[in-house]
Design a binder for this molecule. Structure first.
Ligand code: ZN
Ligand code: ZN
Length: 100
């Protein structure tokens, strides 16, 4: 049992919808980080002004092929009328960071 559900709960409704669609498209992905407090963000070495602070970013772990495929999906994904896609899609090697 992961805490993926709780991680998603901390996201904005828009980011959460994107995350749910991405997870549905790539079931092997595992959410590892969502909204962070300033203290938590500093502790994990997050950048200042990170989208994690406002609940707009999520980190996802999985195998290499899965992360590459998920990055492609995330860039193409639109979830609502007027949706312009992600703000950030960063393949960090051991995880994928996506912000909306
Ligand atoms: Zn969107
Ligand atoms: Zn991140």
């Amino acid at each position: 049992m992961t805490n993926g559900g709780l991680i998603l709960d901390g996201l904005t409704p828009h980011a959460r919808l994107h995350a749910l669609c991405l997870l549905a498209a790539h079931p092997g992905l595992r959410p590892t980080s969502g909204r962070r407090s300033v203290e938590r963000n500093r502790a994990v070495g997050g950048v200042q002004g990170s989208f994690h602070l406002t609940g707009r970013a999520i980190d996802l772990s999985g195998g290499r092929g899965l992360l590459v495929a998920a990055a492609r999906t995330a860039r193409a994904q639109r979830v609502s009328h007027g949706c312009t896609g992600p703000e950030e899609v960063i393949d960090e090697g051991d995880h994928l960071h996506v912000a909306w």
